[in-house]
Write a protein that binds this ligand. Structure first.
Ligand code: PLP
Length: 231
């Protein structure tokens, strides 16, 4: 199943790249493996996946310990400051930084472990109350503050677009994130190296690619529906 799903996702990415005149190499697929068992991640790994996304610290650490070390782990979920210390030296990227206090904690723990952590600032482009992320108008100022901290580097922006059955409706939000990103680049802030836009999930990654995504985060489209069992 994973093989077929990956083929489908891959051809949709390729089509979206063709439609928008982008190179396939400029888009990286993150296999969002939250709630899925190690065996499924191993299967995806054997099929060539090296970027995996998780949204819970404990689950990420457990999977990190059991799977090959050349996997790039992406923390894509809301991160509590007291848990930062468990992952700073294990993740390739933290996509969900939405406050200076969280960035300060990442910087502090990264300094202790002598690593530099690449991060994305999460922006709530659609202004949904249920979502984390900074507002578009606060984004540049936050990037500027984080840029002053040691051992943390702002690589770009991330957003979670609204859930919709009509992905075309999210095009505007992806275009908005891209515009915020371009505006920040034009400010020439020291110590940032913006090149990444993490946007697009199973329902809307084709549109996100057309609007400039460099990372798309696909869970259901690769691993199938998630079942959340109450513990
Ligand atoms: C779960 C999740 C995804 C993947 O969602 P799908 O709709 O299953 O592709 C992407 N991004 C974030 C932040 C998530 O939490």
């Amino acid at each position: 199943m994973i093989q077929e799903n990956l083929n489908t996702v891959e051809s949709k990415i390729a089509e979206a790249c063709r439609r928008s005149g982008r190179s396939r190499d400029d888009v990286r697929l993150i296999a969002v493996s939250k709630t899925k068992p190690i065996s499924m991640l191993q299967e995806a790994y054997d099929l060539g996946c090296r970027d995996f996304g998780e949204n819970k610290v404990q689950e990420l650490v457990e999977k990190y310990e059991q799977l090959p070390k050349d996997i790039r782990w992406h923390m894509i979920g809301h991160l509590q400051r007291n848990k930062v210390k468990y992952i700073v030296d294990k993740v390739a990227m933290i996509h969900s930084v939405d406050s200076l206090r969280l960035a300060e904690e990442i910087s502090k723990e990264a300094l202790k472990k002598n690593v530099t952590v690449p991060i994305l600032v999460e922006v709530n482009v659609a202004g949904e109350e249920s979502k984390f992320g900074v507002s578009p108008s606060e984004t540049a100022a936050l990037v500027e503050e984080i840029a002053k901290l040691p051992n943390i580097i702002v690589k770009g922006l991330m957003t979670i677009a609204p859930y919709t059955d009509h992905p075309e409706e999210n095009r505007l939000y992806f275009a908005n994130l891209k515009q915020i990103y371009v505006d920040i680049i034009q400010k020439n802030i020291d110590n940032i190296c913006m090149g990444e836009l993490s946007m697009g999930m199973t329902g809307d990654y084709g549109i996100a690619v057309e609007e400039g995504a460099t990372y798309i985060r696909v869970g259901t489209g690769i691993f199938g529906e998630r079942q959340y069992t109450a513990i």
